[in-house]
Design a binder for this molecule. Structure first.
Ligand code: GDG
Length: 748
């Protein structure tokens, strides 16, 4: 059976010490339910922090805990108090959490936190790596472990890694302020599949990867040096049946079996029979907009005075991260606000806000969901917000109105709720009034749609969809990797090379022989390259042709002093064996079109900082490698369209290269130029290596007998693919060495 390793900050269990005994109680949480549902297809293990300080445990207790956890298929990572302070309360909850929720002003940039975060991610990696067996899958959860995917991938490239982020991923403008932004992005990129709740978070992540790391993306594919990673949106669901069925049950017995909260309310407050209840439940967290909600309720009481004494807000805030000062400040703020509003509006018969700062057992939560007329959920930013889904699921008779912030990921799926902007107090106040007056049939109609949707895409479906996503990535990767050169292929090529008398090697330049990244200085030939090409061209029977869309003058400067064959400008110019440059095409190639097209390209240069126009004798190119990647991409699409419409019937061709759009006469291309060479010789070894679209003509023209290779993981006509320009150089060096070895053997 396949194995699945889940990794999260906390294990889905609680460890309790009772009467000198230790108990391990499995969690009822949504994530645990989802994961358990996919476990039936896998042998699995869950690795995470056990929530316990190892210093307080005797060796015997520790062993006992490990054994109990093993029974639950869990393996603990032990973290010291200092780790928890710096990694958990520090980097996770004082840096990542606020920044990713757009609370830049609360974000701490602290080296000690960062060092601890790296250290703990490494600790997790060690534990995971110890567990791994060939063919395992690993699924990592959330923002505490952003570096873990890459730590695992580096150690075990054979293992499939998935990652799911439960909180938002912020926009580039915000993310880029993080001093460790590249490390974080690369850490996450170790995953083969990266899941987010929402397409917007996915889009932000892709944009950061493009802008900060310079990787190309094609829809949701990220093209890394040696692998494809995929991003996708998986909106997390809840265990619908559990919430709904329990609510149905609870309604049947609620009259006799009241929850502690209800008993407390009835004991302490006067309750009028027709009092309407608004429910709010969250962890006490600044992202949840709890103060906003209180101000909005106050505004409601102000704007609609007739509802005083007829409506109360029941607010449950679950204590959370109390070690972080921002949470303490917020608690005082909420306490004061509740006191002030109650002080202002309370009467003998009525308390506007009932506020409880604690967590409740599950059945009480259900009772509250089921019995309160309105669910009011107003986060200022929330990855998903499961409480909103739970409120709808637990409406056993389909009545009830959900008022939900647009800023919660859940808003996309719960569009039949009343959606509000949490910063707009008047809008929330009128939404409450609207909800109080909504006819029961309309409530049921709206909830019916939402319940159906939440039931269909529940937590089990979420987990199984993610696992399907992992399988799909694998087959996509295999498709790309299918062309990777194997050792067997290499040997075949070396043998063919050795046994041939007349060889020709067509080598594209940028991205094939040199790195074609953002820095232009990398494009110049270096000494290693000259020496490699010299050796290659000096081996008996060899002709090498550097074939490029580059301007001939640049090639003259770089290679004019050598004996290599050069083909420039897509095949317009040729220089053979150190002779002068000659035109490959007829003299009368028409270039009249250039004067019409140039202003159009110039217009794009002016509007796209970082881009430039390169004018060659027979073509014009718009380069956008150094522009903002998203802007460059967008402008490239627009320019292509514009050039296509302007150049219709002119016999021109628009070619999309690596961050360049080029327009040229359609009868000039690398394939035709190569053919010109091939015709002249009787070659028994033909090889062509290239990295972009313009090389596809070359591969097509040379046909099946030639050894064609594409650099990078892209769709291609070539027979093989190589990872990088470095791998090209290594392969050429191997060819030289194989030949030299044979030559030596023959002579000694
Ligand atoms: C993060 C993201 C994303 C709450 N009070 C009690 C209680 N709860 C349970 C709820 C719900 C869960 O806690 C809270 O989940 P949320 O999704 O609302 O919020 P976060 O804790 O911030 O979760 C969030 C989520 O991860 C999943 O990806 O949706 O955006 O911030 O399930 O029922 N449970 C019990 N007693 C309580 O008093 N038993």
């Amino acid at each position: 059976m396949e194995r699945l390793i889940i990794v999260s900050n906390r294990l889905p269990v609680k460890i309790k010490f009772e009467n000198d005994d230790i108990k391990v109680i499995p969690s009822e949480g949504g994530l645990a339910t989802g994961i358990k549902s996919v476990y039936k297809n896998y042998d699995g293990k869950w690795i995470g922090w056990a929530g316990i300080d190892p210093e307080t445990l005797s060796k015997k207790d520790k062993n006992k805990i490990n054994d109990y956890l093993a029974e639950e298929r869990c393996k603990p990572v032990y973290l010291s108090n200092e780790d928890i302070d710096n990694y958990y309360y520090g980097f996770s909850n004082r840096t990542i959490w606020p920044l990713f929720h757009y609370f830049n002003q609360y974000t701490h940039y602290n080296e000690t936190y960062w060092e601890s975060y790296k250290y703990v991610n490494n600790l997790f990696a060690e534990e995971v790596i110890k567990e791994l067996q060939p063919g395992d899958k690993v699924w990592i959860q959330d923002y505490h472990l952003l570096l873990l995917p890459n730590l695992i991938k580096q150690a075990r490239p054979d293992v499939d890694v998935g990652f799911f982020l439960h909180i938002p991923f912020p926009s580039y403008e915000l993310f880029r302020v993080l001093p460790w932004r590249e490390e974080i992005l690369r850490g996450m990129l170790g995953a083969d599949l990266l899941g987010f709740h929402d397409y917007d978070y996915e889009r932000h992540y892709l944009s950061c990867v493009r802008r900060l790391l310079g990787y190309d993306t094609l829809f949701n594919e990220i093209h890394l040096e040696n692998r494809i990673a995929i991003t996708d949106a998986f909106p997390m669901g809840i265990d619908y049946d559990k919430f709904h069925n329990m609510a149905v049950e609870s309604r049947q017995k609620s009259v006799k079996d009241k929850s502690s909260i209800r008993q407390e309310i009835e004991k302490n407050y006067l309750l009028t029979p027709d009092l309407k209840l608004i429910l709010s439940i969250d962890r006490l967290d600044y992202s949840k907009g709890i103060a906003h909600r209180l101000y909005a309720f106050e505004r409601f009481l102000e704007n609609y005075p007739d509802y005083r004494e007829k409506v109360s807000l029941l607010m449950l805030a679950v204590p959370s991260r109390i070690n972080v000062e921002q949470y303490q400040i917020m608690k005082s703020e909420v306490d004061e606000l509740v006191g002030r509003i109650n002080g202002k509006y309370s009467s003998i018969n009525w308390t506007p806000i009932w506020y409880f700062y604690r967590s409740l057992p599950f059945h009480e939560l259900i009772e509250l969901y089921n019995s309160c007329d309105i669910g009011l959920i107003t986060p200022v930013r929330d990855g998903m917000n499961l409480v909103a889904k739970e409120y709808v699921a637990a409406r056993s008779d389909g009545s009830g109105v959900l008022i939900l912030s647009e800023m919660a990921g859940a808003a996309k799926e719960l569009s039949e709720s009343i959606l509000i902007n949490p910063n707009n107090m008047n809008e929330i106040a009128s939404a409450i009034e609207h909800a109080l007056n909504m006819p029961r049939e309309e409530q049921q109609e709206r909830n019916k749609f939402m319940q159906e949707r939440i039931k269909r895409y529940d937590i089990k479906k979420w987990a199984s969809d993610f696992m399907k996503g992992m399988a799909n990535v694998k087959s996509l990767q295999e498709k790309y990797l299918g062309k990777k050169l194997t050792n067997h292929d290499r040997n075949t090529i070396y043998n063919k090379y050795l046994n041939a008398d007349k060889r020709i090697l067509f080598l594209d330049y940028d991205g094939t022989l040199v790195n074609y990244e953002r820095k232009p200085q990398h494009a110049k030939p270096d000494n290693d390259l000259y020496s490699l090409l010299d050796k290659l061209s000096q081996q008996e029977g060899n002709e090498i042709v550097i074939i490029s869309s580059r301007d001939k003058d640049i090639f003259e400067r770089w290679f004019g002093h050598t004996q290599y064959n050069l083909i420039a400008e897509h095949g317009m110019w040729i220089k053979e064996n150190g002779n002068d440059w000659a035109k490959l095409e007829e003299d009368d190639v028409n270039t009249e079109w250039k004067k019409f097209i140039k202003p159009a390209i110039q217009f794009y240069v002016d509007r796209t900082p970082g881009s430039f126009l390169e004018e060659k004798t027979f073509s014009m190119a718009w380069h956008y490698r150094k522009t903002d990647p998203d802007l460059g991409q967008q402008r490239a699409i627009d320019l292509k369209e514009e050039l296509a419409s302007q150049s219709a019937n002119l016999g021109l061709e628009i070619v999309e290269g690596n961050k360049v759009i080029e327009i040229k006469n359609s009868d000039i291309n690398k394939g035709k130029a190569a053919n010109h060479k091939i015709k002249k010789g009787n070659y028994d070894f033909v090889m062509a290596i290239g990295d972009d679209w313009t090389d596809e003509d070359l591969f097509g023209e040379l046909g099946q007998d030639a050894i064609t290779m594409k650099v990078g993981l892209k769709n291609t006509r070539a027979r093989y693919s190589l990872e990088s320009f470095q791998e090209v150089r290594n392969l050429l060096k191997e060819l030289i060495a194989t030949y030299e070895n044979k030559y030596d053997t023959v002579n000694h």
